[in-house]
Ligand binder design. Structure first.
Ligand SMILES: [Zn+2]
Length: 375
């Protein structure tokens, strides 16, 4: 597709991030429901009702989002298998990206016409699928998994390729709760040789700040820090903005990447409604930004254009988090299991051992990925 000659080339997301806090959009699923569309498969709407998706994205762009997100959280064979639509998953992802690209470019053109040179970027959403490569689903069979690493990687490859073809500016691996799932997506990115920047956003299961697999956020960060073109790291969804404040502060302590934070509008009530008002959420986001903690800010489940407008207004003019090396300047070996482990000058003796099964483990993604002799 030829670029519109009236639209100047967008500065890179990295350049934009260096200058200001970027506003990410809000929820898609709850907005679809709010517009009276009851569907079990929100991803399928990219094909059947693209105008509905475009309307929601346009609303987010109009209230000031710098980044709008494709409606592609589950546009992969693993999720679509539940709807008997596996084969259509790449087409759904491609349509999602094209719809968002058009909405972003239209809003950028409108802003330019109004004398405002502020681009709208498109993030290609990839959800965690709801499947876990780490955790067994049957207590009586600890080796049983809902999927395997290679199937996962192939599904991610198809989704990423379609999103990139559709014109996204960044791939957004969001709601990550299992490092092995995220690793499969990273392997997919590597195999595709995709030059596209990547955002990784984790989610936690409770205030302890652990992910569903039991890993701490810092351990997860070190597990995925090798991702090529990793642009930003942070948190989404989970507990609402205020309850996640300590976790945002924690990420800012250990991460040397721009910090992304887009909480849900509080924890849903018994009826499944998200009740945090735009002003409440915006006030928390503003105080986080005043502490110098945010680089990308938006909303997750239950947030609306009103939330994003309030957040954009609350953060206007506030400086982005200054991103720098989290360490003292000396290179530090950092490794992770469930928790992070730093081998720095304060550590006198570290016993390096091997706990992998030397006979190979069929359920281990790493053995499968490397086609290890025994795996
Ligand atoms: Zn959410």
């Amino acid at each position: 597709m030829l670029a519109d000659p009236h639209i100047p080339e967008r500065p890179s997301l990295a350049d934009a991030l260096a200058r200001r806090i970027l506003i990410l959009d809000g929820a898609m699923g709850t907005m679809v429901q709010a517009l009276g569309c009851q569907t079990e498969n929100t991803d399928e709407l990219n094909l059947s009702q693209p105008s509905l998706i475009a309307t929601i994205l346009r609303q987010y762009a109009e209230v000031g989002a710098d980044i709008i997100t494709t409606n592609s959280f589950g546009c992969n064979a693993l999720v679509q298998r539940r709807h008997n639509r596996s084969e259509d998953a790449p087409a759904m992802a491609l349509a999602a990206a094209r719809t968002a690209r058009r909405a972003a470019d239209a809003e950028y053109a409108r802003r330019l016409a109004a004398g405002e040179n502020r681009p709208v970027y498109v993030a290609g959403s990839i959800g965690p699928t709801g499947l876990s490569l780490t955790m067994a689903t049957d207590a009586s069979d600890p080796s049983l998994r809902e999927s395997d690493f290679l199937s996962f990687k192939e599904a991610m490859k198809a989704q990423i390729a379609a999103l990139v073809e559709g014109g996204v500016d960044v791939i957004q691996l969001e709601t990550c709760f299992d490092a092995l799932n995220t690793k499969a997506a990273i392997c997919a990115l590597e195999e595709l040789g995709a030059q596209v920047p990547v955002i990784i956003s984790a989610t936690v299961s409770d205030k302890s700040g652990r992910m569903l697999t039991g890993q701490t956020l810092e351990a997860f960060y070190h597990s995925v820090r090798h991702c090529p073109n990793l642009l930003a790291f942070g948190l989404n969804c989970a507990l609402g903005a205020e309850a996640m404040r300590p976790l945002v502060e924690e990420v800012a302590r250990f991460s040397d990447l721009p910090l992304v934070f887009y909480p849900n509008a509080g924890i849903p009530d018994a009826m499944g409604r998200y009740n945090e008002a735009p002003e409440e959420m915006a006030a928390v986001m503003r105080s986080l930004a005043q502490e110098g903690l945010l680089n990308i800010a938006g909303g997750c489940c239950g947030t609306t254009p009103a939330h994003i407008r309030a957040v954009a207004e609350a953060l206007a003019g506030l400086a982005p988090r200054v991103v720098g090396p989290a360490s003292t300047g000396h290179p530090v070996l950092t490794v992770s299991g469930l928790e992070a482990y730093r081998v720095d000058a304060s550590v006198n003796f570290t016993n390096v051992g091997e706990r992998a099964n030397v006979t190979g483990c069929p359920s281990c993604g790493w053995c499968q990925y490397h086609r290890c002799e025994y795996g």
